[in-house]
Each structure stands twice: as C-alpha cells, then as structure tokens.
Design a protein around this ligand. Structure first.
Ligand code: B12
Length: 213
C-alpha cells in the first residue's frame, strides 16, 4: 500500500491524471483506509507542491492542474467513506471558504469527513462574503459554522464573519470552527472562534465535541 500511496503522490506531482486515478482505484480496491488516501496520499502531494512553489520549483499552472486532479481523486474516494444514513442527521454545519479566498480542496475534505458522522453539511463554496454566511445561518439554523481560509490576507474575513454574526444577534446560536493552513489555535482564540482543527480528521472530533457542549 505504501508503494501505491507513493505512486499516487508522484502522479499528482507529475500532473498525471490517469496515473493518479489508477493509483486511487488500486488503493480503494486493496482496502486502503479512505482517510489515509486523502491525507497521506492526496494532501501530502499538495503540501509538497506548495513547498516546491515556495522554492520556485513549481508554477501556478502546475498547481492548478494538480488541484484539478486532487478534486477528481478525492471525488473517487468519497463514496468509500462510511456514511451515516440521512435519517440519522441531527445537526447541521454551514461551511464556507471566506471572501477573497479561492482555496477549497481542504474545505471539501472537511465536508466529506464531517458528513460521515451524521452532520448535514451546507457547503456555500469558496469566496463567500460574511453576509451570505449570516443569511445561511438565519435560514438553516445550524449548530455549527465552519470557516476555511488559506491566505494570511483572508484570515481577517473569518473574524469579520464572526463580527457579522454578533451584529445579526446570531453568534450565541452557533459554534464556530475555523481552519486552513495558516490558521492556528491562537488565531482562533484571538478572534473568538469556538474551535480550531489542523486537519479534516481532527475537524470531525472538534465538531462532535462542540455539539456535545
Ligand atoms: C492548491 C493551491 C492553490 C490553488 C487552489 C485550488 C483549489 N481549488 O483550492 C490555486 C492555484 C487556485 C491557488 C491560488 C493562489 N494561491 Co494557493 N496554494 C495552493 C497550495 C499549493 C495547496 C493548498 C491545498 O489545497 N492543500 C491541500 C489541502 C487538503 O490542505 P488545506 O487546504 O490546508 O486543508 C486542510 C487543513 O488546513 C484543514 N482545513 C481546511 N479548511 C478548513 C476549515 C475548517 C473549518 C477546519 C476545521 C479545518 C480546515 O483541513 C484540511 C484537510 O485536512 C498551498 C500551499 C500550502 N502549503 O498550503 C498554496 C498557498 C495557500 N497559496 C498561496 C498563494 C499566495 C496563492 C495566490 C495568491 C497565488 C497567486 N499569486 O495568484 C492565489 C490566491 C487565489 C485566491 N484568491 O485564493 C500561498 C499563501 C501564502 C500566504 N501567506 O497567504 C500558499 C501557502 C503557497 C505559498 N506560496 O506558500 N492556490
């Protein structure tokens, strides 16, 4: 399995869609844990690409192509995640990548994993203004709101969204979970979020803990 995970990472880095999808299918057929495929295969490859980008060894078109392959492979993995039946849904999560930010691969993985524990995800997408999130909270009345940000320049939008929820009188109705590569527990505390998670598996644990509070 480790060899195939390595093949998957290398195929993404080489922008080889066919190879990446074949390695994903091989892992699934061999009974690999879908969460391991997402984290150790797909996510690790994107992180390596980020490192190469920082050193000038990768360029934007490559990142765009790899992101597209990442999306196709994670869509292939999603059905293999054990899912609670829709009749077991007890809680709702409104999830978005904040305004100004177009990164959504991580948010999509959070959505896929959170769904597996019977939380219904209302994914508002990427580049979502605070006002749209407030509107969704008013309409859907979720227990949880998840805000993703991958850019240091868009992290303040997480705070602005929390401020807008306060202003709308809705802050006490929801638990707010923040994440994304530059986000930390210290930032979550500073902006008054209720929870932070460094990855999607941990996001599930934090979401369940916040619901239980
Ligand atoms: C892929 C990528 C892109 C793709 C995004 C495609 C897509 N559909 O998402 C594209 C090409 C569009 C892109 C564009 C840009 N990018 Co970019 N991108 C990346 C890259 C290489 C990987 C990000 C990724 O997908 N990682 C894989 C996923 C699975 O991980 P993740 O997002 O971190 O998510 C995990 C956790 O963070 C967490 N999580 C995520 N969201 C949430 C939410 C909640 C609620 C919780 C609890 C947890 C959680 O769980 C996830 C799963 O485990 C990073 C490098 C890096 N080190 O992050 C740069 C990076 C984020 N980008 C960067 C930059 C600068 C840009 C651009 C400005 C480049 C440009 N000059 O145009 C633009 C900005 C566009 C915009 N307005 O958003 C910088 C940001 C630097 C900074 N300090 O802010 C980085 C760090 C690269 C670098 N130079 O170091 N990018």
């Amino acid at each position: 399995m480790d060899d195939t995970l390595q093949t998957l990472r290398e195929a993404i880095l080489a922008m080889d869609e066919e190879g990446a999808l074949a390695a994903t299918q091989k892992l699934l057929a061999g009974g690999a844990d879908p969460q391991v495929i997402l984290q150790t295969g797909l996510t690790e490859a994107m992180l390596e690409l980020g490192r190469r980008w920082n050193c000038g060894d990768a360029f934007l078109p490559e990142i765009v192509a790899a992101a597209d392959i990442f999306g196709k492979c994670s869509a292939a993995v999603e059905p293999a995640l054990a899912t609670t039946s829709s009749s077991d849904v007890q809680h709702h999560l409104v999830l978005a990548t904040v305004k100004g930010d177009l990164h959504d691969l991580g948010k999509n993985i959070v959505a896929a994993l959170v769904k597996t524990v019977g939380i219904k995800v209302h994914d508002l997408g990427k580049n979502v203004p605070a006002e749209r999130i407030v509107e969704a909270v008013r309409d859907i009345k979720p227990k949880l709101v998840g805000l993703s940000s991958l850019l240091t320049t868009t992290m303040p939008e997480q705070k602005r969204t929390i401020d807008e929820l306060h202003a709308a009188g809705l802050r006490s109705e929801v638990k707010i979970l923040v994440g994304g590569a530059p986000v930390t527990q210290a930032w979550a505390d500073e902006i008054g979020a209720d929870g932070y998670a460094p990855n999607a598996a941990e996001a599930v644990n934090v979401a369940l803990a916040l619901i239980a509070k």
